[in-house]
Design a protein around this ligand. Structure first.
Ligand SMILES: NC(=O)c1ccc[n+]([C@@H]2O[C@H](COP(=O)([O-])OP(=O)(O)OC[C@H]3O[C@@H](n4cnc5c(N)ncnc54)[C@H](O)[C@@H]3O)[C@@H](O)[C@H]2O)c1
Length: 375
């Protein structure tokens, strides 16, 4: 495969850059840290220890340093930030599951809202952090349950379940800190920080073993030789490969570090339109790549409420950032399933190969962020 000069991606901004990643031991955070490693960034991760076995993080051989501590611990977080002095922070740490949020509402609110606020409060009082990117969710929108509605950044925020509400609140708190303390009119006058939020869809890819997520549930049932129970067959989700939103986060981070203040705002990163499909259709597609499971539609009507229709409008990211999704739904599923197959059948981790293939495909599509030749 074509070789890639990783150090020049995203204008070369991440080479030797001090980056703090919260939630680095999780699914998205660990992919993100691997990509930053490849680009030569100096990364410090802050999160709890991985809570699944197996997990992606421990299989990656990351170069980054790790601090395993709670995001709610303001003093500890402050000391770590004061010592490391990151130039940019990507905030992934969260309780990310809707169904757990019904069981642990208070904990979810504390982690997702107070956790984000802790970071904002710390960076308000230091002068070395130049950029902050808060990773929230497509679920932060007030869901009107309309089949053909795709939510844009200008739509109202809301949240039926606690997880969604916590992400909407994290958005609001971030916007409020931006208006109150990091106001764009005062950039370079009273402060030097640009902050943005990013809302992505249902992310899939190798290395996720979380509870209550469709692909991990299917993989676990294959390994345990059990039938998969499908909860919401008629729910529509914006399915996307994990590398898609990560490329968006890196792009936003690049522009903030380049001091382009118009990029300090909220961004949607959704998939191509062909990827916004019913849960049951996704399951049928997965069977094309890994046939060794049976599924059954769960009849339990007492499940807590989860949104039925959820689509994202990413026109803004496409038109203003020059971002766009790279893999179609078939490629996304093929890469995801072969990652797990190789893990279980060959004891092989395909993360770097997947990142490489993603970048090669992005180059073929002529996306600017993957130009590794210039300068
Ligand atoms: N996976 C998706 O489909 C998806 C979709 C939209 C948004 N998101 C968001 O992306 C982010 C990452 O999600 P993920 O899928 O990688 O989840 P994950 O559960 O795999 O990872 C969560 C990370 O947060 C850390 N964390 C949780 N509670 C913490 C605490 N109290 N203190 C410190 N660290 C803590 C965990 O240790 C872990 O590193 C979350 O903010 C999530 O809401 C995920």
């Amino acid at each position: 495969m074509e070789s890639i000069n990783y150090k020049k991606l995203f204008g070369g901004i991440y080479l030797n850059k001090k980056v703090l990643v919260t939630g680095h031991s999780g699914f998205k955070g660990s992919w993100f840290c691997k990509w930053l490693d490849l680009m030569g960034a100096e990364v410090l991760g802050y999160s709890l220890e991985p809570n699944t076995n197996p997990n992606h993080f421990e299989n990656l051989d990351l170069k980054c340093k790790s601090i395993f501590c709670d995001i709610k611990d303001l003093e500890k977080l402050k000391n770590i930030i004061l010592e490391f002095k990151p130039e940019i922070i990507f905030h992934f740490a969260a309780q990310p599951l809707v169904r757990i949020s019904y069981l642990q509402p208070y904990e979810t609110i504390q982690t997702n809202i107070i956790g984000s606020t802790n970071l904002l409060e710390i960076i308000r009082k230091v002068d070395f952090v130049k950029a902050f990117v808060n990773i929230t969710s497509d679920k932060c929108y007030e869901n009107k349950e309309l089949e053909n509605k795709a939510y844009a950044e200008s739509d109202s925020l809301g949240g039926y379940d606690i997880y969604s509400a916590s992400k909407a609140c994290s958005e609001l708190v971030t916007a409020s800190y931006r208006d109150s303390f990091f106001n764009l009119d005062n950039y370079k006058i009273t402060h030097n920080i640009l902050i943005a939020t990013c809302r992505a869809g249902n992310v899939i890819g190798g290395g996720d073993w979380s509870l209550d997520r469709l692909i991990p549930d299917i993989v676990k049932s294959i390994v345990d030789k059990k039938k998969v129970l499908i909860r919401n067959p008629k729910a529509v989700r914006p399915w996307q490969h994990v590398l898609e939103p990560l490329s968006g986060y890196l792009l936003v981070g690049q522009f903030l570090l380049e001091e382009k203040k118009e990029f300090a705002r909220a961004w949607n990163f959704g998939p191509q339109i062909d990827s916004e499909i019913y849960v049951e259709d996704l399951v049928k597609k997965i069977k094309k790549y890994w046939d060794s499971f049976e599924y059954e539609i769960e009849q339990n009507k007492s499940n807590p409420h989860e949104a039925n229709f959820l689509k994202l409008d990413s026109s803004f990211a496409k038109n203003i950032l020059g971002w766009k999704p790279i893999f179609d739904i078939e490629k996304c599923l093929e890469k995801t399933i072969s990652w797990y197959k190789d893990f279980y059948e060959k004891n092989k981790i395909n993360t770097v190969e997947d990142i490489q293939e993603f970048i090669v495909e992005a180059k073929r599509k002529k996306l600017k962020w993957c130009d590794d030749k210039s300068k």
